[in-house]
Design a protein around this ligand. Structure first.
Ligand code: GDP
Ligand code: MG
Length: 244
């Protein structure tokens, strides 16, 4: 069984794609602990069962809004095999912000470049191959309302799920030497912590800790020994001092 999740900014065609991929076999519940609707459906492609979860539409993945928390907890805790990032091709720049955040989470991505009809209608041109190369994941143009590109999208989901990626940063974003050094130091402490092993993407965790993300600090506190926690807090302090 392949576990896949759909994510995207609001109004990009996520529901349309979800419905077309899953047909009528969807059921609605709630994400654990919150009343945000959880739509899940199943499909079979190339003999493979795929469970597809529709994550809340979101522009970002901070710990401040409940939809964003649901989406990011799902990604970093449940670790689906594939994240299908639905991007509005006619609004590429704005949409790619979320894509960058997903790459930072070490998500196994497939990108659906939806509203491909609008891209042409607006006289825009997107070099799909180049985008795929730059992001390091498959990019599939789709027109959800016409069902175009959905077979290719399913192919890519199955392909990406089959590639067992080694853990480690495929990092989309380089924050510059000073910050990268801090990230590496915090990541070093995280790697020492066996209780955290395999739980979260390590680089993502390090970045969130440096950002002072309270939810991440809470979620990891019980796993870190007090000396590990102190080490991390010292690195953060030293970093803050250096930046001021
Ligand atoms: P969601 O908010 O991401 O779930 O987006 P919806 O699936 O509700 O779609 C938002 C709007 O975009 C609806 O009016 C859809 O009919 C339309 N839409 C979805 N996909 C496409 C597409 O590929 N091309 C065009 N032109 N419109 C689309
Ligand atoms: Mg929707």
């Amino acid at each position: 069984m392949i576990r896949a999740a759909l994510i995207g900014n609001p109004n990009v065609g996520k529901t349309e794609i979800f419905n077309r991929l899953t047909g009528l076999s969807q059921n609605v519940g709630n994400f654990p602990g919150v009343t945000v609707e959880k739509k899940a459906g199943r499909l079979v492609h190339k003999g493979q069962q795929i469970e597809l979860v529709d994550l809340p539409g979101t522009y970002s993945l901070t710990a401040h809004a409940v939809d964003e928390i649901v989406a990011r907890d799902y990604i970093v805790i449940e670790r689906p095999d594939v994240i299908v990032d639905i991007v509005d091709g006619s609004n590429l720049e704005r949409n790619l912000y979320l894509t960058m955040l997903l790459l930072e989470m070490d998500a196994n991505l497939v990108i659906a470049l939806n509203r491909w009809d609008m891209v042409a209608a607006r006289g825009m041109r997107i070099d799909v191959e180049k985008l795929s190369r730059l992001l390091g994941c498959p990019v599939v143009p789709t027109v959800a309302i016409a069902g175009e590109g959905l077979e290719e999208l399913k192919d890519s989901i199955v392909d990406v799920a089959g590639q067992k990626r080694a853990e480690g940063p495929r990092s989309a974003i380089n924050y510059g030497d000073d910050i990268e050094q801090l990230i590496n130091k915090v990541e070093g402490v995280i790697k020492e912590c066996t209780a955290l092993n395999g739980k979260y993407p390590k680089r993502w965790l390090a970045i969130k800790m440096l950002e002072g993300d309270e939810r991440v600090m809470e979620q990891t506190r019980a796993d870190l020994s007090s000396s590990q926690l102190v080490k991390i807090l010292r690195i953060i302090e030293a970093g803050e001092a250096a930046i001021k």
